[in-house]
Design a protein around this ligand. Sequence first.
Ligand code: PLP
Length: 423
Amino acid sequence: MQKTPFVTKELVEEIVKTYPTPFHIYDEKGIRQNALALKEAFAWNKGFKEYFAVKAAPNPFLLQILKECGCGCDCSSLTELMLSEAVGVIGNSIMFSSNDTPSEEYLYAAKLGAIINLDDITHIEFLEKTLGRLPETVCCRYNPGGTFSIANSIMDHPGQSKYGFTEAQLFEGFRMLKEKGVKNFGIHAFLASNTVTNEYYPALARQLFQLAVRLQRETGAHIAFINLSGGIGIPYRPDQEPNDIRLIGEKVRQVYEEILVPAGMGEVSLCTELGRFMTGPYGHLITKVIHQKHIHKEYLGVDACAANLMRPAMYGAYHHITVLGKEEAPCDHLYDVVGALCENNDKFAIDRRLPETFPGDLLVIHDTGAHGFSMGYNYNGRLLSSELLLREDGSVQLIRRAQQPRDYFATFDCFPIFEKLKG
Ligand SMILES: *Cc1c(COP(=O)(O)O)cnc(C)c1O
């Protein structure tokens, strides 16, 4: 499938008159349509709710849009809780799915009335000590260990992951929590990431539903919800088939009817904590080619770098690139597209076939709407870009200004750097 940007060359040329490159831009219409499609796919489940994984795109303007589409927030740190609070997403619209959690963060989450998702059996006492008493509703994260695979399409290694309770700990933990007065229980698991297959959620649901039936029977705990967490992926590569969320919802419904309903658990709510699926395809990193270099290979130097999008450098991740205005030109040149970090892994693409490209050309780096800007960092003193929103009416709004040197230096209160800079 061809990957088409949601912006045109004309629009970007207009935008850069006000907001210079590099910047991330998000497509409000795409985000809304996709969020509503998810909601419809699970509408058969009365209590269904998506808790957007804030770490994927921690911008209050985006959280506000998702809130309007009925989403809550999945948070895992103090500042994520604060962001959620700032857009009025509080109470049981927050799922606090943290791990290795400091007590101040549990306190803040409890103050907001968030649903707390415990990552470990020892956190039961830790939380009780921190809060004075346990909340009425508690979720526990499950780690089955071993490997998780589906018909050789995906494979992950829960046995190597730091998260969650073992199965035995989950049974013991539920008994402890029940004794301590907890009334409503949730189960959560995140077993594979960026799954581009319609089989992941149904397979995960089967495991969790079977476990839920046994847990309720054996511990007497009332299971109120099952949290399928994140992990539904997006087609970063043009040859990948996107997930069909309607089909995923329908397949999960079949497993629900098969396992939970006969066990008398037809009231259990489902929830999700999707991040990548919610915003990933609806973000672009727009960057300008500023240099071209020919040595042992052919390089295009752009004005963005890994500080603006870390995934290629960190995971070797593929992000598709479109040269604006050359969408129809043959891809008959081979380039490495690189940023300015003094790190040789600062490459958005290696040996990428593109149309012939020159300094001044504007590039769209696709699928940066999740785990893109948010993974940014300041190595080499490189500054974070602005974030823009393409509104449904076609207008463009600044939703985060670009970092300035003064922001980078702001934490040097202990060194009179500003006076020195002013000369
Ligand atoms: C990162 C994360 C998510 C979101 O994952 P995606 O792959 O973006 O869907 C959801 N829940 C938890 C606990 C996470 O850590």
